[in-house]
Write a protein that binds this ligand. Structure first.
Ligand code: SF4
Length: 337
């Protein structure tokens, strides 16, 4: 597997007026995204996942760390690029928002909205641009002549498909989907997720898929990273994570998925208390105020995100007691130093 993106100790802190403290929305994250995969990023609202997605694309400027992107001519740290270089680099990476309205101006036709990025990246004639926009609309299962209509003439699902077509127009390799189906009805969600999967195969895309919805994340992701208060708590293959979550936070999060099985419901671990403020992150393990396995060490020492091999696959966990949790799951895990 070839990395397309490597994030080293990225931090995005926001100063708070009149206070020495900052909102530590992203608080030291290491992450590798491999070419051609869908990496799901999940966590409760306010955990920093959207800030992380935007910080990776430099739509919000991180306050520390490295964001190394593998360009065709070699790896480069996006944080060290000039604005001009970054503008050119945007061709490689795009974002699809929850609300496509934000990328579709209601007073512009679909063609006008979609031709902007094409113009910017050198498609000179109107004829060429109309041809590309028509092809893109067909690629997302819409009619070519929709390009002369306005966003308000479409349903939420159609607008999201147009938003996806717009993101694809300049042939990106990496797309961050930020709660891209969260505003849609469940039946429409499935259509858009299937479309994203089809496009990924056909165009060899890589997705970072951000969502608070565990069912959506399970459906779309190859690997999943679980985030809590600005940090990654666990990363594993989707199937492994849903079957054998190791981190107590992931276990509690997955317990919240509605299931019909009464025995399973009885075993549920409920998350107690509220998420602490990112301005006042607890000492030691930031999850310790809500963790039923908390010991003294957890209040003092922050656990590292350690890498283990489980049946030949990577599984990363940030918990002082990972070894015991692996054992409880009946897994033999070997730490990789
Ligand atoms: Fe819970 Fe301690 Fe593990 Fe944190 S380090 S998740 S508090 S057991």
């Amino acid at each position: 597997r070839k990395p397309i993106l490597t994030v080293n100790n990225i931090q995005t802190h926001f100063p708070v007026k009149g206070s020495k403290k900052a909102v530590r929305a992203v608080d030291g994250i290491d992450l590798v995204v491999y070419e051609g995969e869908t990496l799901g990023l999940v966590g409760e609202s306010g955990c920093g996942k959207t800030t992380l997605g935007k910080s990776i694309l430099q739509l919000i400027k991180p306050t520390g760390g490295e964001v190394i992107y593998e360009f065709e001519d070699g790896p480069k740290d996006l944080r060290k690029m000039s604005n001009r270089e970054l503008d050119a680099a945007r061709k490689e990476m795009q974002i699809v928002f929850q609300d496509p309205q934000s990328s579709l101006n209601p007073s512009f036709t679909i063609y006008q909205s979609m031709s902007d990025p094409l113009k910017k990246f050198g498609v000179k004639t109107k004829e060429e641009r109309r041809k590309i926009v028509g092809d893109l609309l067909e690629e997302v299962n819409m009619q070519r002549d929709y390009m002369d209509r306005y966003p308000t003439e479409f349903s939420g699902g159609q607008r999201q498909r147009i938003g996806i077509a717009r993101a694809l127009s300049i042939n990106p390799r990496l797309i961050v989907c930020d709660e891209a189906v969260s505003a849609l009805d469940v039946s429409i969600q499935a259509q858009v997720l299937n479309l994203l999967n089809k496009l990924k195969e056909e165009r060899n895309l890589t997705y970072i898929f951000i969502s608070h919805d565990l069912s959506v994340i399970e459906y779309i992701s190859d690997r999943i990273a679980v985030m809590y208060l600005g940090k990654i708590m666990e990363i594993a293959d989707a199937e492994e994570l849903y079957r054998s979550a190791v981190h107590p936070y992931t276990q509690a999060l997955l317990s919240a998925i509605p299931v019909a099985d009464i025995d399973y419901q009885k075993k549920r671990v409920l998350l107690e208390g509220d998420v602490p403020s990112p301005m006042n992150i607890p000492s030691g393990c930031r999850f310790h105020t809500r963790c039923k396995y908390c010991q003294d060490i957890c209040k003092e020492k922050e656990p590292e995100l350690k890498k283990y091999m489980v049946n030949g696959r990577e599984h990363m966990v940030a918990c002082h007691f990972s070894d015991e949790h692996f054992k409880k799951n009946g897994k033999s895990a070997e730490e990789v130093k």
